[in-house]
Write a protein that binds this ligand. Structure first.
Ligand code: DLZ
Length: 226
């Protein structure tokens, strides 16, 4: 299993807030010593309760769809995605790996998996490299649209870990070198969105509740009226 210090930084950045990390490096400050932050760089303190998904993958089920095309890259994306899920607490038995020939096949496989309703999120991994023909552009659009459509129509979060690069070097940089590992990022996005979906559905009144309270009156008050 591939592990890199960049992966660690990426996890940390996602859980602590990457903006603060970048900022603290620039100004050599810790969160407590914010008196050292120049006034011009200070953000206004807006106290708004945000609904966010936690980075906890314990008890959650994920499917990882991996394209075999450009496997030199996609295997690295997969290793890092798996690592990301494990670090979030997801058990090995709760992760299903599904392989497809190329990125073009990712959306249909992802959709079939999402429709089973067995998974809290689907992680889509592929690597599209620009060639001399228009093939790349056609596939990029189709894959992006297909994954988005599957997520919206099934209601199951899908993480987009499909690299779209001009060169192999760019892809290598995003599969564990200079630019981190997009597989790891996709795994964390999947965990966060799975938790966010739960948090949102806990907040929203169910259809049943809405239907049982017409015009805002409770059942007992309605009974008294008639
Ligand atoms: C055919 C093809 C080409 C030229 N390039 C890529 C690529 O860069 N990345 C990728 O994931 N897949 C590629 N494929 C394969 C297609 O995605 C698809 O698997 C085939 O066209 C078969 O449907």
């Amino acid at each position: 299993m591939l592990r890199s210090s960049r992966d660690d930084k990426s996890l940390l950045a996602n859980s602590c807030g990457s903006q603060f990390l970048q900022f603290s490096r620039r100004h050599r400050v810790t969160q407590k010593k914010n008196t050292e932050i120049p006034a011009s760089d200070r953000l206004p303190q807006i106290k708004v309760k945000a609904l966010e998904g936690k980075l906890s993958g314990a008890g959650k089920r994920f499917a990882i769809v991996v394209a075999r095309f450009n496997s030199f890259i996609t295997e690295r994306l997969f290793q890092s995605a798996f690592d990301g899920l494990a670090r979030c607490g997801t058990k090995r038995k709760d992760i299903d790996l599904v392989r497809v020939p190329g990125s073009f096949e990712i959306p249909s496989a992802a959709r079939a998996l999402a429709e089973t309703k067995k998974y809290d999120a689907i992680i889509c991994l592929g690597c599209l490299l620009r060639g001399d023909t228009a093939h790349y552009d056609v596939i990029v659009n189709e894959v992006t649209r297909g994954i988005g459509q599957s997520a919206q129509e099934t209601g199951v979060p899908h993480a987009f870990g499909v690299l779209t690069c001009d060169t192999l070097e760019q892809a290598i940089d995003r599969a564990g070198l200079k630019m981190g590992n997009k597989g790891f990022e996709a795994a964390l996005a999947a965990v966060e969105m799975a938790n966010l979906k739960k948090a949102v559905s806990r907040q929203a009144p169910s259809k049943k509740t809405l239907m049982s309270r017409p015009s805002g009156l409770s059942q007992s008050r309605r009974r008294k009226k008639h």
